[in-house]
Design a binder for this molecule. Structure first.
Ligand SMILES: Cc1cc2nc3c(=O)[nH]c(=O)nc-3n(C[C@H](O)[C@H](O)[C@H](O)COP(=O)(O)O)c2cc1C
Length: 288
């Protein structure tokens, strides 16, 4: 009973630390403003697809977006895809204030003929904890992170950050601080640390940090699986304050980022049997 109380108190303290971050004066760099800008442009974009289109809808969001644009260093970001998407959406919003009728903004849907291939692929995902020592190329890592980024994110904030660690020495140094990493007999060729930049969340939506980074992480492991790389998530929620600071120090993670999860990855010939899931009736309900 005493032990449980101590754990609850520790968790309560952790939550208040998160609240402090969301209230603290923010380090307002380009990345922070880009996240805020993306959120505004996402709202303007959604509005442009509303039928019938209402002129002057979200005018305050439009003004907010313009303020963020001014704060972002143009020279450093003019080639950034997201920045350019935002600029395009602001322009579109402005044009639509002048147009007499709403243009058709929809694009051709991509139609898949055989969904079973995708279902089989997703079902082929399995956690693997024994890897061969073959290295994973930086191109594969970059491609997979790009695919991970296509995951949905709350209000398009795009807060997940991804640290890919290939260095044998660094992984060895970090291992004692990541409980889930013990017992990998062949070592880990690639370790991902997934964090969330908490600056763009208000106090009430701080739990979205977990959702956004989890969706990103799931896309990441599926993209790796598509390249025949196996992986396993490693829990970090029970990490002590000391372990969190050790990892943050090694990876130079800023204080406003929260570590959400680790993922160990590698090629493997050691695939175990996939654990069977609960039957449909226990997890799903259809209302007609
Ligand atoms: C949030 C999360 C944390 C996990 N943490 C660990 C971990 O620390 N160590 C580990 O060996 N597996 C970990 N796993 C993997 C689960 O044990 C595994 O997904 C589950 O047993 C189902 O097996 P499967 O992924 O092979 O289908 C974690 C999975 C999730 C989603």
């Amino acid at each position: 009973m005493f032990y449980k109380l101590r754990v609850y108190l520790r968790e309560l303290k952790k939550s208040s630390e998160q609240i402090k971050i969301s209230l603290k004066e923010k380090k307002c760099d380009d990345l922070y403003y880009l996240s805020k800008l993306a959120k505004c442009c996402h709202i303007l974009d959604k509005g442009c697809y509303t039928v019938p289109f209402e002129k002057k809808h979200s005018l305050s969001i439009y003004n907010e977006a313009k303020r963020y644009i001014e704060k972002i260093d143009y020279e450093k970001n003019r080639n950034d895809s997201c920045y350019n998407w935002c600029v395009k959406k602001i322009k579109r919003y402005e044009e639509m204030q002048e147009e007499m009728s709403s243009p058709n903004l929809y694009v051709e849907p991509v139609v898949y003929k055989d969904s079973s291939v995708f279902d089989d692929f997703i079902n082929s995902f399995i956690s693997v904890r024994r890897f061969s020592d073959k290295t994973i190329s930086n191109d594969i890592i970059k491609q997979s992170i790009k695919t991970a980024q296509s995951a949905s994110s709350s209000c398009f904030r795009q807060t997940p950050r991804c640290y890919a660690i290939k260095s044998f020495d660094l992984i060895k140094k970090m291992t004692p601080s990541i409980a889930g990493l013990t017992g990998f007999s062949n070592g880990v060729p690639l370790l991902f640390c997934i964090t969330s930049d908490l600056r763009s969340y208000d106090c009430v939506d701080r739990d979205l940090a977990y959702i956004d980074s989890t969706l990103f992480s799931q896309n990441l492991v599926l993209s790796l699986r598509a390249k025949n790389i196996y992986s396993v998530f490693l829990n970090f929620q029970q990490a002590s304050k000391t372990d969190i600071s050790i990892i943050k120090e090694y990876l130079k993670i800023p204080e406003y980022e929260k570590i959400i999860i680790f993922i160990a990855c590698g090629y493997s010939d050691y695939i175990s049997e996939k654990p069977q899931r609960l039957d449909f009736e226990k997890v799903g309900k259809i209302y007609e």
